[in-house]
Design a protein. Sequence first.
Length: 182
Amino acid sequence: MFLLLAGVLCVPWPVLAQYDEFGGDVPYVPTPPPIVEAMLKLGKIQSSDFVIDLGCGDGRIVVMAAEKFGARGMGFDLNPQRIAEAKENAKKAGVEDKVEFVEKNLFDADVSKATLVTLYLLPDVNLRLRPKLLRELRAGARIVSHSFDMGDWKPDRKIEVNGKTLYFWEVTGKAKKEFGEP
């Protein structure tokens, strides 16, 4: 029993979050508002941006992008409860006309319209997603990840905010060739 308890206590905290019954690849762990704002600022958000949040949960990143920075955006999540919460949060913030939330697997989402993609996934999911991002995003698009990197594709910037690590990449032709699909 002691060994089992010790093993559980060694697991990183996001992994301990409850996975839902919708077959997702990541647990739902909400990003605190100061981290959301820092992610958007690290991503050089502008009012002309189209933000896509993969695994959007309650929509807080896309809603803040619209409410505080005037951007438009879309969030994708498998959990219909989270999508309903995201739509309600957009309504409360008065940004329903700027954002959309779709119940869909993030690997099936079309990210080609994005100028900024935000992620709070797990390391293996980021790595599996990397070729899709590099294939679909245009050069100049930006990616920001909360807590987890993209393996050997080194970030252009890495910052610490309130004890959390945030990563930033800009999609380039070189990155597409070097880290995209063969």
